[in-house]
Design a protein around this ligand. Sequence first.
Ligand code: ES4
Ligand code: ZN
Length: 379
Amino acid sequence: MQVSEANSDVDETRRTSDARHPRVARPVVHRRRPDVVSALTALERLIRRIPKAELHIHIEGSLEPELMFEIAERNGVRLPFASAADVRRAYEFRDLRSFLDIYYAGAAVLHRARDFYDLTLAYLARAHGQRVRHAEIFFDPQTHTARGVAFETVLEGIHSATRDAERRWGISSGLILCFLRHLPAGAAMETFGRALGYRDRIVAVGLDSSEVGHPPADFKDVFDRARAEGFLAVAHAGEEGPPEYIRQALHLLKVARIDHGVRCEEDPDLVAELATARIPLTVCPLSNVKLRVFPSLREHNLKRLLDLGLRVTINSDDPAYFGGYLLENFLGAQQALGLGRADIYRLARNAFEASFLAPTVTRRFVEELDAAMAEKTES
Ligand code: ES4
Ligand code: ZN
């Protein structure tokens, strides 16, 4: 597969004004207010320019329909769609569950290490084109081992792409093994056993898939074991599930970050705890609209969470399914919520500081961010 930095960048620019994604359309230019216009475009230029980190991206959720077809064809897998456009038309979701059904069906084209390699390299190429300097990437081994694909095949493909991307583009990555919470805790424990041979390639464990009815408490044992073995921990909580699931993730799973966490707002004591403990939230604005957690981007609570003093970061979740990568999430949130320069800086800085990078590396990235903020550009 061919990937090119220039192509991916052009592609993304086009996507922001794509009629299929009206929520991330560019702002209408009102000639009567040149002051407002230049402020908006300066912010957009700033968002494009600054170095970014992404902490919540499911690699299987970056499978674009074109690559899905290419891989299906070479593996002799039949897809229930006639074309990539047909696939995109099916991307109308009622909720998390209706999305996951389609997401797992798409992931079923992936069989060989080469498939996982192409998938991951394509994501990292696009991320690099959007000035993502570091990505912490979720993968769901159980989605693949359940179909007879070996854990080693999945990890080898993904890992070798992260290594090549770092060599080619200088983008660094960490891998986070996610347990599927709709499956029994015993299955998670069995999967974790496989990870023990790859401590140097996996930085943390996570918890994803269908949230409601599958509380974090069910996975306490496997998280205890993973932390005892030296892995860091994160968990999806408070996306569709109640604040209580966020509490369980913090107190029982002892996670370092909460993925999503947007429903914490319903519980002021929990908000205070998250703020005091400086627990990062990996918020995914376009995902939350696509899966109807919020009716529109304008009604998203990201800005309120920031103003409450929480360590909010912006992420793409499943970019091939939700209408945009990290840049589109930043631009969409900025425009819909009127984020200012200080908010953008805070969000970008939070992501580096909430990453699992060594403190010296984080410091270097924050210096790079500060330099990009200070850059003078002609308008
Ligand atoms: C996911 Cl948006 C979301 N939530 C929970 N699990 C997931 N797996 C992939 N995307
Ligand atoms: Zn997610």
